[in-house]
Design a protein around this ligand. Structure first.
Ligand code: RB5
Length: 159
């Protein structure tokens, strides 16, 4: 599996460790940076990773900033991306089972290395359950499609 990764300066060390883990697991990694602890802006990295996933250059993405918040807010602006900010193994697992999350966002400042390792592993190993969850995801992608076409969406159909 090909995985795009990115971080800002606050997520740099955690991103380097995630990169080693992914390589250990036999994944192909596209690393967009950061390359150091020098200050940078999380939207730049989030957009690169999210677009790799949305445009199928990578099957999944992992984004890390201090809290994970900026990365998740930005990545979810890219149509087709379902970025999940997770803080434990359970949310990582459910983000796959119920939400088919294709980007995992992590808080480099708040979550320890061992937990990040376990979260990444469970997130990669867990399949989407489909069924009623697929119906719900279709509502999200329908909404995105309508937004792109500049038409109103949501609620009961009229006319
Ligand atoms: C950078 O100072 C910090 O705001 C960023 O890493 C992240 O936590 C934003 O959501």
């Amino acid at each position: 599996m090909k995985i795009a990764i990115g971080s800002d300066h606050r997520g740099f060390e955690a991103k380097e460790r995630v990169k080693s883990l992914l390589t250990e697991l036999g994944m192909e990694v596209i690393d967009h940076g950061a390359r150091s602890r020098d200050s940078c802006d999380y939207p730049d990295l989030a957009i690169l990773v999210a677009r790799d996933v949305a445009e199928d250059r990578a099957q999944r993405g992992v984004l890390i900033c201090g809290t994970g918040l900026g990365m998740s807010i930005t990545a979810n602006k890219v149509p087709g991306v379902r970025a999940a900010l997770c803080h434990d193994e359970l949310t990582a697992q459910f983000s796959r089972r119920h939400n088919d999350a294709n980007v995992l966002c992590l808080a480099g400042d708040l979550v320890g290395d061992a937990l990040i390792r376990r979260m990444v592993q469970v997130w990669l190993q867990t399949d989407f359950e489909g069924g009623r969850h697929a119906r719900r995801l279709s509502k999200i992608s329908d909404f995105e499609q309508h937004q792109r076409n500049g038409r109103p969406s949501g609620g009961a159909a009229s006319g």
